[in-house]
Design a protein around this ligand. Sequence first.
Ligand SMILES: Cc1cc2nc3c(=O)[nH]c(=O)nc-3n(C[C@H](O)[C@H](O)[C@H](O)COP(=O)(O)OP(=O)(O)OC[C@H]3O[C@@H](n4cnc5c(N)ncnc54)[C@H](O)[C@@H]3O)c2cc1C
Length: 460
Amino acid sequence: MTSLHQLAEDSRVIVRNGQAAVDPDGRCVVYRMRRSQRALDNPALETAIAAANMLEQPVVVFFGLLERHPTAKLRHYAFMLEGLAETEQVILGRKIGFMVRICSGANSDRQFARFCRELRPSLVICDEDPGRRDWKWKRETALYPAAPVWSVDADVIVPSRLLEKEQFGARTIRPRIRGRLPQFLKPVGNRPVRVPWKSERRSRSLPVAPELARRLDRSVGPATGFRAGTGAALTALRRFIRDHLPGYATNRSHPEIDATSQLSPYLHFGQIGPHSVALAIKDAVAPAGDRAAFLEELIVRRELAVNFVRYNGHFRSIASIEPWAQRTLEEHAHDKRLHLYVERQLANAETHDPLWNAAQRQMVTSGWMHGCLRMYWAKKILEWSSSADEAYDVCVRLNDRYELDGRDPNGYAGIAWAIGGKHDRVWGPERPIYGKIRYMSFASTSRKFNSRAYIEKWSG
Ligand SMILES: Cc1cc2nc3c(=O)[nH]c(=O)nc-3n(C[C@H](O)[C@H](O)[C@H](O)COP(=O)(O)OP(=O)(O)OC[C@H]3O[C@@H](n4cnc5c(N)ncnc54)[C@H](O)[C@@H]3O)c2cc1C
């Protein structure tokens, strides 16, 4: 039988404070849910349950709902809250407590510390966030020193700390990940709790009070095309396996037929975990080449993005790119721009390029843009901005504002790839503005698929 000490040694677990022994007066195990917003197949929740079962204590989940977020809009909140309402029900059904507190950004850690003082946990489990720096963890854990705090890397298959440093590209990360899949690509499991949570204290039920709705940034309304939640994610996964996995390797390059999984919003909010998706694809009845192509995106590319955000402190800016890319963009900084657009024109899809405008409209209306067009979309912003620096910032702002899956490592890595050649190679011949960064033209991009059908579908 595993001991608490062995649990802490698991490679998914990072011990976040100096407290080694559980609080002897503790009464429960608290799981502070942030990114992995699901009740099932969640390694962080499972670690909390395993520890609580050893201690013969109940588990309580805490969710601090920020009343305002610098980049999240009504669109993101609506999706998150719909998903959380389902998560709450399943968690309560598993006899685990679930508490939501509305917090302001500045005081969320203090509110959590207050919550811990009320509940007195023996141990606190959090889920890992690659964008969260060590100093933030130190500041947070200093507020409740009585219990050990562990974070669990719940949203990647291979724990990201095993990769040790920033990886140069898919070529370098692929063998490191593949070599570890036999160890880590296994079902997470959903073990029963030994001690049910019993309390008169009702959790604050979701969807949360109208007072929150009034304070949100409503400038971007709910997305039209997606139902939220783990149930909807599993339905989307099953539908994808049935209808589009056979042929994925070819058809994923056809934005007019939507043949990809569209799981990215669910993965972003942790409503489904990568283990559930990868295992379902691995075992699906579909050609091996299609399954391999999908797993390359879901595991290698996605975990390369997580690695980028975790180990590159500049992931939100052009300072994150390689020296060769910095040099080539600087050499072409003063090249003549044939078209220049400000952010408002881009946001309103007011460019001369019908394909770009259609992609922008797809993102604004549906909350999701096809992957092939995301590349084109970002590269054209480089071409139409007065500097690469500005292009990078505009891409991050528009992507995070409109994409349901925005504010995600994949978005930062995708933008760094498109504008700054991150994880890519040097390209020739050298071109105006792009220099040695890979170039994409309207003519070559629109020839690769039925772009007319796509433009018609997303015309204004
Ligand atoms: C400029 C730019 C911006 C992007 N912004 C985001 C973003 O904000 N959020 C986001 O999740 N993805 C982003 N991507 C990556 C990718 O385009 C999307 O993850 C993918 O298109 C989502 O659609 P899907 O779920 O149908 O993908 P599928 O083709 O079905 O792939 C399955 C999963 O694999 C992962 N994946 C697929 N392609 C990539 C990739 N190139 N890099 C990393 N992971 C990948 C995603 O988690 C995806 O859900 C961006 C890419 C670029 C070039």
